[in-house]
Design a protein around this ligand. Structure first.
Ligand code: F3S
Length: 389
């Protein structure tokens, strides 16, 4: 690979051992994927920072980078609890200490403690910006809705990108890596919740590649849900949506496979993965809820109360919560809980419940590995655990 003077200095260890290791990781990745050089990146998003994921082994690994400093704005994924309500999540002091140590390390490296999987609500990368994001749902959104360019980074390769300001120049950084590989049509008009089911279904069916959708609605929350599910059950870091994805006109350069998804297929798939049991908790906010979603939830829940013995929990980012306090207060008045900085997957919360109601394809994919999941649309779920006033 071609290496610049600046990269050579990093590789020599002149900027510290952490930066040297980070540069080595970027170059090794580049060699593996056949990159000719690196590309300078605008910002980074680092995932896998919950103590539930990392554990003590991960902390020891992170400590190896402690003598270095982050070079570009770098944002963090959710952690294992909402720091304002730790007691609701865990009373295990070792667990709390471990999570706080991880945050301290990232703080000393210079990361923003944003703790959200929706960094695009903090700032929007611009068209064709090269970025290095690791949160699987955010990667799809950045590539497909915003037209920024990122590969599916791991937590460690995103950290390496943060410490060097670079990513290996391959895959989705290049025009040719962003071409569609399969065209997808429907025999019906998908509603909001269908996007989550379609994502989960299609991801598990095609596993990888870049779908080209012809009939999607330009609803950013639905597209967020679709992308999150696609990149959970499959390894699909981008889709093209006609008239939505900025570069959709260049997406198909040669004959590609065509698929038609029917309403029956989607319904049968949903029924095959959902438990036919009432949920004792409903958790909504995977990926973290937007201002608009909180607005819709508050309108629905205004005249309702959470039933005794049930829980209704929402997840969003600290920033979106602060911008949506009117809606947040209405939601809390119903007896529902709103947490920030964490979620149903990276926290130990699901351990408190036996049947979890979810409207997210991604959350269903992960929570479903450990718990029974009732997978349905948001209104149905909220109706199941609330009563009218
Ligand atoms: Fe975000 Fe957690 Fe879902 S990190 S995308 S809410 S699994």
């Amino acid at each position: 690979m071609d290496i610049s003077k600046e990269e050579e200095i990093m590789l020599n260890g002149d900027l510290g051992e952490g930066t040297r290791m980070a540069m080595e990781i970027i170059l090794k990745l580049g060699e593996y994927y056949g990159a000719k050089n690196t590309v300078k990146i605008e910002n980074v998003q680092i995932s896998g920072i919950s103590y539930k994921n990392l554990g003590d082994y991960g902390i020891d690994l992170l400590k190896k980078f402690k003598d270095s400093k982050i070079k570009v704005p770098s944002y963090l994924n959710p952690i294992s609890f909402d720091p304002d309500y730790i007691e609701f999540f865990t009373n295990n002091n070792e667990f709390i200490k471990g999570q706080m140590e991880i945050l301290d390390i990232f703080k000393s490296l210079g990361a923003h403690l944003s703790l959200t999987c929706t960094p695009y609500y903090l700032f929007e990368p611009k068209l064709n910006d090269h970025i290095a994001w690791a949160e699987s749902s955010a990667i799809v959104y950045a590539n497909s809705v915003l037209g920024a360019r990122t590969n599916r980074e791991s937590g460690i390769s995103a950290l390496a990108a943060a410490l060097t300001g670079r990513a290996a120049n391959y895959g989705l950084h290049l025009d040719k890596g962003r071409r569609a590989t399969v065209q997808v049509d429907f025999d019906f008009n998908p509603g909001f919740f269908d996007y989550a089911v379609i994502g989960l279904f299609l991801g598990s069916m095609i596993k990888n590649g870049i779908p080209y959708f012809r009939n999607l609605e330009n609803n950013k929350d639905a597209l967020k849900s679709l992308g999150a599910a696609l990149n959970a059950s499959g390894s699909i870091p981008m889709f093209h949506a006609e008239n939505i994805t900025p570069e959709y006109k260049d997406a198909i350069q040669e004959k590609i496979e065509k698929l038609i998804i029917s309403k029956d297929e989607i319904n049968n798939f949903r029924l095959s993965i959902t438990a036919n049991m009432d949920p004792d908790v409903v958790m909504i906010g995977c990926p973290h809820l937007s201002h608009e979603e909180l607005k819709n939830i508050s309108a629905f829940i205004k005249k309702r109360k959470v039933k005794n013995g049930r829980d209704l929990i929402f997840f969003t980012s600290r920033k979106v919560r602060e911008e949506s306090m009117d809606y947040v207060n209405i939601i809390k008045n119903s007896g529902a809980k709103i947490f920030t900085d964490t979620c149903m997957v990276v926290s130990p919360l699901q351990e408190r419940y036996s049947v979890v109601g979810l409207n997210s394809g991604k959350a269903t994919y992960y929570v479903g590995k450990e718990r029974k999941v009732f997978f349905s649309d948001m209104v149905t779920l909220m109706e199941m655990v609330t009563d009218e006033n």
